[in-house]
Write a protein that binds this ligand. Structure first.
Ligand code: SF4
Ligand code: SF4
Length: 342
């Protein structure tokens, strides 16, 4: 049975308890935070298990790599503290089941993983991807299953993630370029937290894009536009790769606005929160987030995650802000896409 690497003694001696002190959805002081993490570890009930809205952020806030959110998720499942009605959880569990439905391109040692999102296939073209395509894959059997931490269903991840990793192993791939933060987080954060061996190097697609843009620097035309970055919840599992957003914007001549809700303080798109905790929370998050983009003069909202883009693009358009995915923005800079209209 896979067990979480969590060291309660690190919590007992933690000088900050930032995991819960920085939580944007609960107001918790340092001593209470430390006390609650110890209670949660010991299997006692805690208000945190009931009030956590599954934003993933404490995984980033804990600088000691102690995986507080994975622990909260495990204890919720053990205690039957569901985040959503059982029927909805089961529907998701069924949707993500590995059923042999997947598609492989001409897979080589280095492969582009589109995970569970075939729609990404229309983005990964042109010169940015010419040194890896057509080596790609996607489908249920390559679905990382990380989304189940929103549903307090770690058991599904523990059951399926090793099988997914075995699929990659059987293909003999050495490097997997992950086109979504959650897939990257599965291999770089969740798997190590549960002691699951990953027989390849996961590469975040931001890092891949940055390297490609540097190689194509002679064809970049600075875009001279102003963007606000919509950082997704899953970015909390790849926080060390988020600096590439600034690095890429510098390379392509884009002004990234400073916002109240940036970096560690980012707000998620609200979509999953809406399903789990109701529309009041979702609309409050979205309003504060978009107000902040408008106030700071963004012309574009820059998306990394398709789910965020689906949730927010119409709403930002109503406020005069255009939507663009990171890949499309990079393709604009190398002259492969025209500027988009609202
Ligand atoms: S989970 Fe991390 S931040 Fe929270 S109390 Fe433990 S060591 Fe400190
Ligand atoms: S996942 Fe988010 S809401 Fe839940 S405890 Fe961590 S920081 Fe707070």
């Amino acid at each position: 049975m896979l067990s979480l690497k969590f060291n309660v003694n690190v919590c007992k001696n933690c000088p900050t308890s930032d995991c819960l002190v920085k939580c944007q959805y609960m107001n918790i002081d340092k001593d209470t935070a430390r006390e609650q993490m110890v209670k949660i570890y010991n299997g006692e009930d805690s208000f945190v298990l009931h009030d956590c809205v599954t934003c993933y952020a404490c995984e980033e806030y804990c600088r000691r790599g102690n995986n507080p959110f994975y622990l909260i998720t495990e204890r919720r499942e053990e205690k039957g503290i569901l985040t959503t009605p059982r029927a909805i959880t089961n529907q998701w569990v069924n949707i993500g089941e590995p059923t042999g439905k997947y598609r492989l391109g001409d897979v080589k040692g280095r492969v582009l993983s589109l995970g569970f999102m075939p729609e990404l296939l229309q983005l990964v073209k042109g010169r940015l991807f010419e040194d890896v395509m057509p080596s790609y894959l996607f489908g249920n059997d390559f679905f990382c299953n990380v989304v189940f931490i929103h549903f307090a269903k770690t058991s599904i991840i523990k059951e399926r993630l090793p099988v997914v990793i075995d699929k990659y192993r059987n293909l003999g791939v050495k490097e997997v370029i992950c086109m979504h933060d959650e897939c990257y987080g599965a291999f770089a954060s969740l798997a190590p937290a549960y002691g699951i061996e990953v027989p390849f190097t996961p590469i975040h697609y931001f890092e891949y894009l940055y390297d490609r843009l540097k190689a194509l620097s002679d064809v970049i035309t600075p875009l001279n536009i102003t963007v606000a970055y919509q950082r997704p919840c899953s970015a909390r599992l790849s926080a060390d790769k988020q600096h590439y957003v600034r690095d890429i914007m510098e390379l392509i001549g884009v002004d990234l606005v400073h916002r109240e809700y940036e970096d560690e303080n980012a707000l998620c798109c609200g979509e999953v929160m809406g399903w789990l905790y109701g529309y009041d929370l979702k609309y409050d998050l979205q309003k504060r987030n978009i107000d902040d983009m408008v106030k700071n003069g963004a012309d574009y909202c820059l998306f990394n995650c398709n789910a965020c883009q689906n949730a927010l693009s119409e709403k930002v358009a109503k406020r005069g802000i255009k939507s663009v995915h990171m890949i499309d923005l990079c393709r604009m800079a190398i002259g492969e896409k025209p500027e988009m209209e609202v």
